[in-house]
Ligand binder design. Structure first.
Ligand SMILES: NC(=O)c1ccc[n+]([C@@H]2O[C@H](COP(=O)([O-])OP(=O)(O)OC[C@H]3O[C@@H](n4cnc5c(N)ncnc54)[C@H](OP(=O)(O)O)[C@@H]3O)[C@@H](O)[C@H]2O)c1
Length: 264
């Protein structure tokens, strides 16, 4: 649970675009000051200016490549150096990777794990260790509908998001009695730059992706209700349910049809 939204500080990773930028907007609309983190300075500055003009709350920008070892620890040291105590952490930064084995860039797969898993874990644990003794605060981690199943041609990404869900739900149970809420938001296809970065440009537009406004609203409502996790959108929820009811072999074989490269 948060002490309050208004006047408190949140940190949003991956705030330079998409879901992260929208989290910053909606949290600022609730009166929060924001620490915005990503690599693209011009995009972060644009989000910060928009928020400050719209809501009059404060925004700090920290440029960080979260694929670097111990990026999380260094980021939090900078937050402390600026005299900021975090009431809410949103671990949103992440990227996907769609490719057949033959075309898989192994270095990029390892970078994906560093950002989506390692840095998220480092930030979550370090921030939770500060929040639990004081008895308030919250963490929102971004999973995915693919947190619930393996996905062919997207194996490392889907597995990274399965980790996010399991890790975060475990912490939700552990920290709830200590006053800290950990909620995982699992979006389905959402219209952001994600699929352009993941090697399948135009995917979200072709597949009627959700808009970031409703996805983030769903996440914040679940967080307010103290829920461990939420899937954004009814259709997406039904897909995750089907994935849990069918056999694992059926599910993984079906998944091949989603991103099968056209020429194979
Ligand atoms: N869009 C979807 O359909 C969808 C569905 C399910 C889950 N998600 C998840 O939602 C989250 C946000 O993605 P999005 O859809 O909003 O995509 P997006 O528009 O591409 O945003 C990704 C954000 O992550 C940041 N980021 C990526 N690598 C980084 C690094 N090495 N260091 C620091 N920041 C990094 C990017 O900032 P810079 O490039 O400026 O560093 C950007 O702000 C991700 O965790 C993604 O896996 C998305």
């Amino acid at each position: 649970m948060l002490k309050a939204y208004a006047g408190q500080w949140c940190l949003v990773t991956g705030a330079s675009s998409g879901i992260g930028a929208e989290f910053a907007r909606q949290l600022a609309a609730r009166g929060m000051h924001c620490v915005l983190v990503a690599r693209r300075e011009d995009r972060l500055r644009a989000v910060a200016q928009e928020i400050e003009a719209a809501h009059g709350t404060r925004c700090e920008i920290i440029l960080a490549d979260l694929a670097q070892p111990h990026a999380g620890r260094e980021l939090l040291a900078e937050v402390t150096r600026r005299g900021i105590a975090l009431e809410l952490l949103v671990n949103n930064a992440g990227f996907g990777m769609v490719s057949s084995l033959d075309e898989t860039d192994v270095a990029r797969a390892l970078k994906l794990i560093q950002v989506n898993v390692t840095c998220l874990t480092e930030l979550t644990l370090l921030v939770a260790k500060e929040m639990a003794p004081r008895g308030h605060g919250g963490i929102i981690n971004i999973g995915s509908v693919v947190s619930f199943q393996p996905v062919g041609y997207m194996g490392a990404y889907a597995a990274s998001k399965a980790y996010v869900l399991h890790f975060s739900e475990a912490l939700w149970a552990e920290l709830r009695p200590r006053g800290v809420t950990v909620t995982t938001l699992c979006p389905g296809t959402t219209r952001t730059e994600f699929f352009d970065q993941s090697g399948v440009p135009g995917w979200a537009e072709r597949n009627r992706g959700q808009d970031v406004t409703s996805v983030v609203r769903t996440g914040l409502a679940a967080f307010d209700a103290g829920r461990p996790s939420v899937v954004s959108g009814w259709t997406n929820y039904l897909v995750t349910l089907a994935a849990r009811l069918a056999t694992r072999v059926t599910v993984v074989n079906w998944s091949l049809s989603i991103f099968r490269p056209r020429r194979t």
